[in-house]
Design a protein around this ligand. Structure first.
Ligand code: 5GP
Ligand code: ZN
Length: 119
């Protein structure tokens, strides 16, 4: 079962290119683009082109796709060179997790010393 593309979903619109984004990497199944409100020098979002509401739903429906998202996250870290200095991968999930866009996405954050634990 694959969820249909939703025209109500912002990230589905970015996949369709009906909403513009600064795309930095693309595969057959995955798209990576710069976050519009970067929280660090490097802030890239990596999303499955297919709509899944969050990371857990994506992994349950298509574990290979979830692996592809992680692999692309590792690739895009090299674009800004943060693979050497270190970076953070985040999947905000649900209201308490701070998720605001309900299309699975992996934040790739780097370029500064990130604090832990997060706020
Ligand atoms: P969440 O809060 O759901 O984990 O992350 C959603 C992210 O999407 C936020 O970091 C937000 O800045 C980013 N975002 C929201 N709208 C847009 C948009 O239109 N374009 C881009 N490139 N990023 C967006
Ligand atoms: Zn979507």
């Amino acid at each position: 079962y694959s969820e249909p593309v939703s025209t109500d979903c912002l990230f589905c619109r970015i996949v369709e290119r009906s909403v513009p984004a600064t795309v930095v990497h693309e595969t057959e199944t995955v798209l990576a683009f710069r976050d519009i409100a970067p929280q660090a020098d490097t802030h890239i979002l990596v999303i499955p082109k297919e709509h899944h509401s969050d990371a857990a739903a994506m992994a349950a429906a298509d574990p290979q796709l979830a692996g592809e998202v992680l692999a692309v996250a590792g690739e895009v870290a090299k674009i800004d060179g943060v693979d050497a200095s270190g970076y953070r991968l985040v999947f905000n999930t649900g209201e308490d997790g701070g998720q605001t866009v309900f299309h699975a996405h992996c934040h790739v954050l780097g370029g500064r010393n990130l604090t832990w634990p997060p706020g």
